[in-house]
Design a protein around this ligand. Structure first.
Ligand code: PGA
Length: 256
């Protein structure tokens, strides 16, 4: 049984006070919907304040990115052990903004995935096609490449714990959500990739989130899909009320 997982990705937003307030709201939502795992990924500089606000609640905290080295001359980067020490459980890796704005390659992301396990963090591995790729009929090829290279070299025990976030790039921050059927089709395809890379039991255990213009009013229909196990929520996670509604709607859709 895959526990639904709804995670906020705050990107480069909020301030210290706002981050703590949002975290308190998310923690309340997590307490009210115990059947759903709830997480938030604040900017690195606010992780500590968010972990403090989440203390004693089921709210999980994650980093939005991390370098694969433990320390060293990498100006501006955050290392896995730093996130771990502050109390993070997850790290978002390979987000489309990292891939397409900051030029991260599949190989670079794969090194981060291995580093996350090494430093005791669980990766939320983002995959997804750009609009031109979808229009050219290349969605499955791109997603297959992202999944295969993102999981390369992982043991079954590790791969089982990875959260995969399918985020079509054309749906991120655009207001254009994939239809529940479009998302379900790619999620089922990803599960098939996992089955051929590992086995059916493992494929059945991995949680696959959808991300891209998720809002309270499209959550239920997305989360009703058999292979959609959770959501990675950007813009709508910056309003405590909206994010709580997304968590509650997810619990309702999955009847947990
Ligand atoms: P969005 O972002 O919900 O604002 O579209 C999702 C994401 O980038 O994770």
């Amino acid at each position: 049984m895959r526990k639904p997982f709804v995670c906020g990705n705050w990107k480069m937003n909020t301030d210290r006070r706002g981050a703590a307030a949002l975290a308190q709201g998310a923690a309340r939502a997590a307490e009210q919907a115990r059947g759903v795992e709830v997480g938030v990924c604040p900017p690195a500089c606010y992780v500590e304040a968010v972990v403090a606000a989440a203390r004693g609640t089921p709210l999980a905290v994650g980093g939005q990115n991390m370098h694969f080295e433990a320390s060293g001359a990498f100006t501006g980067e955050v290392a896995g052990p730093m996130l771990k020490e502050l109390g993070c459980r997850y790290a978002i890796l390979g987000h489309s903004e990292r891939r397409h704005v900051f030029g991260e390659t599949d190989e670079f992301i794969s090194r981060k995935v291995h580093a996350a396990f090494k430093f005791g963090l669980l990766p939320i591995l983002c995959v997804g096609e750009k609009l031109q790729e979808r229009q050219a009929g290349r969605t499955e090829a791109v997603v297959h490449r992202h999944v295969t290279s993102g999981l390369a070299g992982l043991t079954g025990d590790q791969a089982r714990q990875v959260v995969i976030a399918y985020e079509p790039v054309w749906a991120i921050g655009t207001g254009l959500t994939a239809t529940p059927q479009q998302a379900q089709d790619v999620h089922a395809f990803i599960r098939g990739c996992l089955e051929s890379l590992y086995d059916a039991a493992l494929a059945g255990d991995v949680r696959i989130q959808y991300g891209g213009s998720v809002k309270p009013d499209n959550t239920f229909d997305l989360m009703r899909q058999a292979d959609i196990d959770g959501l990675l929520v950007g813009g709508a996670s910056l309003k405590a009320e909206g994010f709580s509604a997304i968590v509650a709607e997810s619990a309702r859709a999955k009847e947990v």
